[in-house]
Design a binder for this molecule. Sequence first.
Ligand code: GLN
Length: 441
Amino acid sequence: MQEQTILGHPKGLFILFFTEMWERFSFYGMRAMLVLYLTRATSETFNPGMGWTSAEALSLYGTYGMMVYFMGIFGGIAADKWLGQKKAVIVGGVLIILGQFALAIDSLTMFYSGLTLLVCGVGLLKPNISTMVGGLYKKGDAKRDAGFTLFYIGINIGALAAPFIIGTVGETIDWHLGFSLAGFGMILGQVVFVFGGKHLKHVGNLLKHSETESHLATQPLSKVEKDRVIVLLLSFLIVIVFWAAYEQAGGLMSLYARDSVDRFVFGYEIPTSWFQSLHAFYVVLIGAPMAWLWLKWGKMGRESSAIFKMAAGMIIMCISFLALMGAVYDASVNMLGKAPIYWLLFSYFLHVVAELSISPVALSFITKLAPVKYASLMMGAYFAITGLGNKAAGMLGEYAQEAGEMAAFSIIAVACLLVGILLFFLVKKLKELSHGAEDLV
Ligand code: GLN
């Protein structure tokens, strides 16, 4: 039977698109409120918070940010060994719903239980839904990368809307209502996933249950598979540097925007928090044109392997930090000590050009290279690495408090440049080690 498609992609992609859009809506909505809720005084008569200090709140935020992604390893193992990706997504979704509603109850025990449930839930859902996207495409299907870009746009629609809707309700009406909204968002995601199940029959099932592939579950890895795992692990190490740079946006760059950037545009001062939505906004704006550009670049016969795109992304990331250094310089020579806003807008834009050359590409790449029986584990390991990148980002931010922004931004620019150059040199070797999987762009 011919598979039904929309825009040339399997219908299942759109089920995963909307499920993940709602999951991210719930995730980023909760994240937008977390620090604000923690630091608001308990003595406030309107919408009191938990009365933590900023340092305590940021520390919990950092630990939570690392844990949710780190748990991806266990989410991946659970899917490969016991659940299969589809069931892992369902169980993860239920845990997320319970977690958000636990946060909606005003009690410290419920607060910590909620966070724990969210860490486990996201750990189960996030890597496994990403692996399922890859499962929709046959080996060598040129649409795979574009499918991941579409999926990534869905992620960012959720991320873009969440702070405006959930954040606003939480901050201006009631925190707990905000957390409940995040819970309802995930319920919608679950409904889409369960009702759209008929388009996902052939993906995300436990290997042992699928008869044609049953021998794969017990076979040891071949030489080719081992080589491909090496390529993946190497690229993961590199990806840490990218996320450590990218995640400056929520920390150091945000403080910089607040204190050292002239945010007046036509007489209106842009709130610092709006910068938090810039990434997602740019992804939705340029996600499709970027995917098209890379496709065209490849069709012109130019090198367009995943490793090459990642290398290009790292160089672009380096340029984005050069732009930030320009801002720091401008601020230092300005009488008021403020930099013009265009540096920041430009830097965020380049962040996203780099992100789109690395993040969805990496997801797609993993589903091409990972041995079938470790497919979910490899995806989980990737998310764990992004969690470490988050942690490194926080440490760099702390370093900047003593050494200054110029020092931190230049270290990041140099690190991105070096990794980019290294990757350019490794393209050929890593493609060889990928044994053809890499050509399937
Ligand atoms: N922003 C993307 C998302 O929310 C990527 C996150 C990541 O890979 N750590 O899915």
